[in-house]
Design a protein around this ligand. Structure first.
Ligand code: ADP
Ligand code: MG
Length: 699
């Protein structure tokens, strides 16, 4: 950064120490460079003059040219207000001021023209503008018509004269300095390829565009830069990891894997599962540590992939661990693996928070002496006292619940880090995956096992209750099982619990014992009781499971064919999709009923419509990203994603793809950015990396 850009704002003419202090405390803007990155969030077209005679609509921002014919003052003291009748020859509007009255009367000279700007409201049929902006028309010349930038500001800044207009002026002051310039960060060949304007010009134009075209060029350039360097950072980090960290070589496909594959695999792998296995095998024998994200929609068959990988580790003399986000899920994995691998002489154990001390001791021992081959569990696996003899593979299911730091803890269980396979059923839009998981390899299972019928989803109102009950009855008569899910949001937990209980009661009345058995599971229950009820349902002893979202992730009851989601408007799209994924796991036609109020916000309506129109998790994730934005979607601060000032991962996916590919090509040719033509990139990247405190803490 050159010395002008790093200049502290208190030294900038027109800002001064008190305002500089506020800019720092309100927005973290400390130097010129920071201020120039406080980009406008929209622009107002000030090139147009409206005619009063054409009619002015309430709520509209207008710019008028004319003069004030007459002022009247009303009230006294605090209640004083000033009215002015403003005409432009075609009609008149009323201007009104509640403050600065004396000063206003002085600036309007009789017989002179002014340009005023403000928002119209209609009072008693008269168009009125309160506190308009005023500029004189000098010597008959209009003030320069232009696109006025609008900046975000705060009340405190406002009080100090730094409203949007004040910020605009401060920035204009900075841009007018003779030393204002930015070093170019993008080499010519990139700028030529994507037709990007220079950095200095882009910064100037983003604050002072002459027209929409300027805005477009400036934004495109600045967004590309942001996304490009974000990708550079991610890819360089990955490069470093790959270079510095060796991995165990797991090259044998041995007796366990083969025996299982030939004799015990209950079905043929789908094409996608086979492809993913190949990708994983290539990683595991490469000598580098694997860090792979496995994305696969709910029900796409990730568990069997994890199982096969564990067998590979065992065949090469290593142990494997599988970590799940909840106790129920861990247990389910444990049960299905124990069954799949029965009679194979493979030691499998389950470790959770509720594992008894004596059992724990056994597990610890078996883990240390290597007689235990696969340890499945929850967060409990991350505790220090869990040590392995030689952990070769860690599978993390449902990644979004675990943070980077937690992943890193698994690493430290060995001299060399184990291979890591992260599995997620929350499809992540490509653009987001590139950023959040840009440092991981990605595999996708994009095919469901054969014979699955797409789930039929409908959106119904509460008033359809009787029909819903009738439908449930019919399904139960066919031997199927049903989930009825209620929202549970921490903040309204008591009310939500009441909803759940009310629902449970009315369902119990409609489906009475002994003909029907109903399970109920909610967050306030003891883990033991939850498990008990889940098991009853899984075994088919109960027909209906009334639950809060505790069942959201992972549970597998193939005979369940109906998912009723109550107050569906209160769930996010990815949650709805996860819930729906609990059905449709067997060969029977399955259904998802979204029950809502008739009154819905437009976002909620979009969510319901998306759900009824598609079963494709990736499409749903794209919509979700658009509705909610990336930060919220992932609940994470894993990368520079939150530093993005202008670019938006949902809106700017095209630019992101360009940026990513460009970064990839460059690193392919010049992994250490040593070539002369890449010098500006190397310089900027070094700056960014210096400013990231945790950069070396590898995920
Ligand atoms: P998820 O990807 O959601 O974790 P699971 O691994 O639980 O999915 O698999 C869902 C269901 O599909 C399980 O009952 C599993 O046995 C079955 N399954 C997985 N792969 C196949 C396949 N290739 N053919 C048939 N059924 C499969
Ligand atoms: Mg699963």
């Amino acid at each position: 950064m050159n010395s002008f850009l790093s200049k502290q704002l208190d030294y900038v003419k027109g800002i001064g120490p008190p305002r500089a202090e506020l800019l720092a405390s309100e927005f973290g803007l400390r130097n010129v460079n920071d201020l120039l990155q406080h980009y406008p969030y929209r622009y107002i077209d000030r090139s147009k003059i409206n005619r009063i005679g054409d009619g002015l609509a309430a709520g509209e921002y207008v710019q008028l040219r004319g003069g004030v014919a007459k002022f009247t003052t009303e009230g006294t003291g605090n209640k004083t207000r000033l009215r002015g009748l403003f005409s432009d020859g075609s009609g008149s509007v009323e201007l009104i001021w509640f403050k600065g009255i004396k000063w206003i009367k002085e600036i309007f000279l009789p017989g002179k023209d002014y340009v005023i700007y403000g928002k119209v409201s209609i009072f008693k049929n008269t168009p009125t503008i309160a506190h308009p902006e005023i500029e004189p028309v000098k010597g008959g010349v209009l003030p320069k018509g232009y696109l006025q930038p609008v900046y975000s500001t705060t009340e405190k800044l406002n009080k100090r004269g730094l409203n949007s207009r004040g910020i605009e002026k401060a920035i204009a002051g900075v841009l007018a300095y003779p030393d204002f310039y930015f070093e170019e960060t993008l080499p010519d060949f990139i700028r030529d390829e994507f037709k990007l304007i220079g950095k200095t010009q882009a910064v100037k134009l983003v604050h002072q565009p002459r027209n929409q075209n300027d805005v477009r060029h400036a934004e495109r350039r600045l967004k590309f830069e942001e996304l490009f360097f974000l990708q550079m950072e991610i890819l360089l980090k990955k490069e470093l990891r790959v270079k510095e960290i060796r991995g165990f070589v797991l090259e044998n496909v041995g007796e366990h894997f083969n025996a299982f594959y030939e004799k015990k695999l209950p079905f043929e792998l789908t094409g996608a599962q086979k492809r993913v296995m190949k990708e994983i095998r290539r990683d595991m024998k490469s000598g580098k540590q694997m860090n792979r994200l496995l994305q696969g929609d709910v029900g796409s068959g990730k568990t069997i992939v994890a199982t096969l990988c564990a067998l590979l580790a065992i065949d090469n003399g290593f142990q494997a661990t599988i970590m799940a986000p909840t106790e129920i899920l861990a247990k389910q994995h444990f049960e299905s693996l124990s069954e799949l691998l029965s009679d194979m002489g493979i030691g499998v154990a389950l470790l959770t928070g509720s594992t008894k001390t004596a059992r724990r001791r056994e597990i610890d021992e078996a883990c240390m002496d290597g007689t235990l081959n696969i340890l499945i569990g929850t967060h409990a696996l991350l505790e220090k006292k869990v040590r392995f003899k030689n952990l070769g593979l860690a599978v993390i299911d449902e990644q979004h619940r675990f943070g980077v730091a937690q992943r890193a803890r698994l690493w430290r269980k060995n001299k060399l880090p184990p291979h890591i396979l992260v599995m997620t059923a929350t499809p992540i839009p490509r653009t987001l995956a590139m950023t959040l998981y840009g440092d991981l390899e990605v595999s996708v299972i994009d095919e469901l096992p054969p014979g699955r019928k797409p789930i039929q989803t409908s959106h119904l109102f509460d008033s359809a209750r009787l029909r819903i009950f009738g439908f449930m009855e019919d399904q139960i008569r066919r031997g199927r099982q049903i989930y009825v899910v209620y929202p549970l949001i921490e903040e309204s937990a008591t009310l939500d619990l009441k909803d759940l209980m009310d629902g449970y009661e009315s369902i119990s009345r409609r489906f009475p014992k002994p003909d029907y058995q109903i399970s109920i599971v909610h967050g306030k229950m003891k883990a033991k009781d939850k498990d008990f009820e889940m098991n009853r349902f899984a075994k088919g002893e109960t027909q209906i499971m009334v639950a809060t979202t505790v069942i959201e992730v992972g549970v597998n009851v193939p005979n369940a064919t109906v998912m009723v989601i109550e107050s569906a408007q209160r769930f996010g799209l990815s949650q709805l999709h996860q819930l729906r994924g609990r059905v449709g796991r067997g060969g029977e036609q399955s259904y998802c009923l979204l029950v809502t109020d008739p009154k819905l916000s437009s976002d909620a309506r979009t969510r319901m419509k998306t759900m009824t129109q598609t079963n494709d998790g990736f499409k749903i994730a794209e919509v979700d990203l658009k509705l909610r934005g990336p930060g919220d979607l992932m609940g994470t601060q894993q990368s520079g994603i939150l530093d993005l000032k202008l670019a938006d991962l949902a809106q700017d996916s095209k630019i992101l793809v360009f940026a990513r590919n460009t970064a990839l090509e460059i690193l392919d040719e010049d992994p250490e950015l040593k070539m002369e033509k890449h010098e500006p990139i190397a310089k900027r990247a070094a700056e960014i990396i210096k400013n990231r405190p945790n950069w070396s803490l590898i995920s």
